[in-house]
Ligand binder design. Sequence first.
Ligand code: 5GP
Ligand code: 5GP
Length: 202
Amino acid sequence: MSTGDGSYDYFQFVQQWPPTTCRVRGKCSNPRPIQIFTIHGLWPSNYSNPTTPSNCIGSQFKESMVSPRLRSKLKRSWPNVEGSNDTRFWEGEWNKHGRCSQQTLNQYQYFERSHEMWHFHNITNILKNASIVPHPTQTWTYSDIVSTIKAVTQTTPLVRCKQHKKTQLLHEVVLCFEYKALKQIDCNRTAGCPNQQAISFQ
Ligand code: 5GP
Ligand code: 5GP
């Protein structure tokens, strides 16, 4: 199914906190998910339309375009936290999202750029340096988290949460990039955590 013709305005670079992904999905095989922010995807997006273009026409994922060197980088930055097959996850993200930005980034560039984005701003360390670290009971406000990241990246990120039982968990941090995926820009979507007063990070 195609829901976009490949036109887009900017990119959302989405990183996830694997323990939250695993809690809300409840299907991670690894009993102790990795404790660093990892890549969920790089999504071409539009300002006017809240649904991102997806499943565009264009080359399907080719495993041969993931060099051994790139593969070893993506194994760190973009692991499949819900299963053991990393390549499957990359394939799904390229086919659903990556193909919609093919006029700008070919498959190799799409994954290289994503890894560079992950490497350049280490979200886990940025939060840790502000003493925002996993904790069973402490909570932070939306603005605690956003302003901490903004102070380092100089642009406004977007934070997304997931509700789990009675707790609102920090789930994803989104950094936004302009059309060419080179320069970071402010994310101007509305906040992704319904309760901006109490966000749990665990
Ligand atoms: P989730 O990871 O929340 O289960 O799935 C989110 C899905 O919505 C993904 O498939 C993603 O491609 C799509 N999506 C597109 N645009 C957005 C957006 O702005 N926010 C979120 N949360 N998901 C989006
Ligand atoms: P999107 O549609 O946003 O591209 O992707 C949404 C889907 O990504 C969700 O349905 C979720 O299952 C999946 N997702 C998030 N993290 C992972 C992961 O680590 N591995 C896999 N296979 N899927 C993931």
